[in-house]
Every structure is written in C-alpha cells, then in structure tokens.
Design a binder for this molecule. Structure first.
Ligand code: UD1
Length: 419
C-alpha cells in the first residue's frame, strides 16, 4: 500500500508537458487488433490499464511490447476469442475490446465489467448496437458470449445517449463489417476523433468523427501504422487546477485548447488568466479566486465529468458560492467527505454539490476512492496548510503517470511513501 504525502502551500510554477491520453490509448490498443502487420503507438502513458490492454492482446494471439511510452503490436494471426476474467476486472474499460474482437475474429467471450467506483456501468447501448450489426449475444452468469453467424454487417444506429464507450465499440466493429454504418447521436469527445484518425490511417473509411453523426464504410482489411496518442485533456485540467489553487503560473506543452473549450472560461471566471498559443497553454492565477457560478457536466463539448472533482477542489477556496451539477455519472461526489475533512464547506444533494468558498484548507489524512476524486484530493492538498496524507494511491495511479514526479517538477512537495 502506498500513500502520497503532500506538504502544502507551495506555488505551482514552471513548464510541463501533458502525458498521453489514457482514454485514447486504450481504444487505440483495442483497434490495433483489427490491423494486420505492425502498429506502433507513441505517447502511450505508462499506466497499469495500458499494460493490462497489452496482456489482453497477448491472450488474443498478438505480439505486444511496451518500451517507455511506445507500444508495438503485431496482430498478423490473432487466435482465441476469450479474455480472461482477471484481465477484464483489472482494466475497467476492457469492454472496448468487444467490438474489436468481434470485428477481427468474429466471436468473443468476455466476462461482464462489474460496477466500478462511479456506480453501475451499464453496456446496454453497446450490446443493442452490436446486435443490430448481426451479433448474437448471450449473457449467462456474468459472461458474454458473442457470435456473428453471417459476419458483421453495417447498420443505422441511433444512440439514446452519446456514450463514449458505445460509440468506440460500434466504430471498432463497423470498420471491417460488410456495408456502411451510421452512428447518430454519437459521442463527440476528442478521443473519438483520435480513434477515427488512427483507424483511417490503417485504411478505414470513417468520416464525421467529432460530430454527432459518424459514417463508417466497411473495408476488407486494415494495416498497422505508426500513430501518436493525443494528449490527455483531463491531465491538462488537473495541472490547470493545481496552478489555479496555489496562485501559480504554469506553461503547459502539448495542450490542445480545442479539447478543453468549456473548461477555459470557468478558470477565467474564477480569476485566472488563460492564454493558448499553438500547442501551449499558459495559466496564471491571482492571489484570490472567485466563484465559478454554476458548472454542469455534459457530454463533449460540454464541461467534462472527469474534470469535475479537481475543479471542485479549486472552488473550495474561491470567494462566494459555486454549484456543480453532475449529469453524467451518479456516485461522483465520493471525494466530498474527504475535502470536508480538509476544511472545505460542501453540501451535496443528489447530483448537485454546493461549495461555499472558505479562506483555508488544512492538511489531513484522507483516502482516494476513485481516480479523479483522488486527483482532487491531491489538488486540494497542494494549497492546504500543513501536511496531507492521501491513501489508496492505486486509484490515482490508474490515470496519472507518476503524478508526484510531475508535480514536484513544477514546485510541489509530494512524496510517495510505502506503508
Ligand atoms: C468514458 C471515459 C470516462 C468518462 C466518460 C464520460 C474511458 C475509458 N472512460 O467512459 O473517463 O468519464 O467516458 O465522458 O474512455 N451508459 C448507459 N448505457 C451504456 C453506456 C453508457 O446507460 O451502454 C451511461 C453510463 O452509465 C453513464 C453515461 O452513459 O452514465 C456515460 O457513459 P459513457 O459515455 O459510455 O462513458 P464510458 O465510455 O464508460
């Protein structure tokens, strides 16, 4: 068991490069299964989920090697169609392999992803879309068995909610399917555009990614390529929050302003100055932060649910009352009691959290209960008076490549301690 020990009240200052996006690397690794020959993915973050995805590819008969931030995948002769239960459990988003395995191998057997820290994670939209494409799916004792007796065929799919995972799974299943697929009310997240960019470079024919309608013309084969994973927009929001809460000044490389269009105005309103130039983002935070008013999490291009917890930490020290409405996941306020232990004034009611700004946070012994909630505790600790111990770092490690090293390089005092 490891904990982070943060000595607070150190100003975040300097220059840093954003890590590659976990939420893009995972579907790209699943997509590599669809392509013959070798795929080389650069800028993959060094995270346990990425290594779990590599092991899943290994179980499916692919060669997969990770060195530093580069992952090589050879998917010439995939075999087998079952992903072992322990790997499915290890990687929360392993369901994204369903579309890829069906697309390349034609059958698939996976254990169902259980609930996670954010509450139940239903996959009804994934399954009904794949059924429309010809998959026969049976679910027994938590195991999904899928076959496509006549092969996958293109279909018109209308999603009732723009689910990121469902959009990815449909794209992965559709690129090698017979005929055309149209996804209406598709997710528009930048990770969808990144996946389409990769698949198209492998020879797929996808258009409209990044809009609410994605068109996929099925092709016979795909060939591996070299590709760079997009920068992590949520890690970027985390760094911005760290600068904002400590009255800091940060220059961030590999920051794509278009990925955080709804986030920048919130920091502006809180009294920070944010400028972007080319792939750089500069954020300067004054000595006083102001309320952000009401922030509602929404599918892209709205404010991302994954940045909500870190923003809440910043709000705890902002003058006035701020309100967060969480519209995407239930159970996404688990960091609140821990922030309250640090002196924050927050009340929650269902999907709403009311944050009254306080003048100080105090170091405390707190516990991370999910990835972004854990990152929020780190952000709060950076500004808190005294020492904060954050337990259950394993959740934070799921999404950040050595967060303590990143933060220490820009002025924080954070140590990882084994218990
Ligand atoms: C992805 C991201 C996650 C992010 C989320 C929303 C990855 C690995 N994870 O998760 O970090 O917070 O997008 O931006 O990329 N839903 C259903 N039925 C379904 C699918 C989803 O009801 O079949 C619901 C979910 O319960 C949730 C909402 O739709 O309430 C959003 O889910 P979705 O967009 O699918 O998120 P993920 O792909 O799981």
């Amino acid at each position: 068991m490891q904990k982070l020990v943060v000595e607070g009240e150190k100003r975040i200052c300097g220059e840093i490069t954003v890590q590659g996006a976990k939420n893009s690397a995972l579907p790209l690794l699943a997509a590599a299964l669809l392509a013959k020959g070798e795929t080389v993915l650069h800028n993959c973050p060094k995270l346990s989920d990425v290594y779990a995805a590599c092991r899943i590819l290994g179980c499916l008969g692919c060669e997969c090697r990770a060195v530093g931030n580069t992952v090589w995948v050879k998917a010439d002769a995939p075999e087998g169609c079952c992903v072992p239960d322990e790997l499915m459990r290890e990687m929360r988003s392993s369901i994204v392999f369903l579309g890829a395995v069906l697309g390349r191998i034609g059958e698939c057997c996976l254990s169902l992803p259980g609930g996670c820290e954010l509450g139940p994670r239903p996959i009804d939209l994934h399954l009904s879309a794949l059924r429309r494409m010809g998959a026969v799916i049976n679910e027994k004792h938590g195991v999904l068995r899928c076959e496509c007796p006549g092969g996958l065929k293109g279909a018109d799919i209308q999603l009732s909610f723009p689910s990121v995972g469902a959009t990815e799974n449909i794209m992965l299943a559709a690129v090698l399917a017979r005929g055309d697929t149209v996804i209406k009310n598709a997710a528009r997240e930048p990770e969808i555009t990144d996946l389409a960019g990769f698949l198209n470079r492998c020879g797929a024919r996808i258009s409209g990614a990044g809009t609410d309608t994605v068109y996929i013309e099925g092709v016979r084969e795909l060939y591996g390529c070299e590709y760079k994973v997009m920068p992590d927009r949520i890690a970027l929001c985390t760094l911005m929050s760290a600068a904002a809460i400590t009255g800091g000044e940060l220059s961030v490389r590999e920051a794509r302003a278009s990925d955080i269009g709804a986030v920048i105005p919130v920091f502006d309103q809180m009294g920070c100055s944010v400028y972007t130039y080319s792939d750089r983002l500069f954020i300067t935070s004054g000595s006083r932060l102001y309320s952000a008013g009401t922030v509602r999490t929404m599918p892209f291009p709205g404010f991302p649910t994954d940045a909500q917890a870190m923003l809440m930490s910043v709000m705890t020290l902002a003058k006035g009352t701020s309100l967060i409405i969480e519209n995407i996941f239930e159970n996404r306020f688990r960091h609140v009691p821990e922030l309250v232990r640090m002196g924050a004034d927050i009340r929650t009611e269902g999907r709403a959290a009311v944050i009254e700004g306080v003048s100080r946070l105090y170091g405390a012994r707190v516990t991370a209960s999910d990835l972004r909630g854990g990152a929020a505790l780190v952000v709060a600790a950076l500004a808190a008076e005294g020492v904060t111990e954050i337990h259950d770092v394993k959740y934070i490690d799921r999404g950040y490549e050595a967060l303590e090293k990143q933060l220490c390089s820009i002025g924080a005092d954070v140590k990882r301690v084994s218990e």
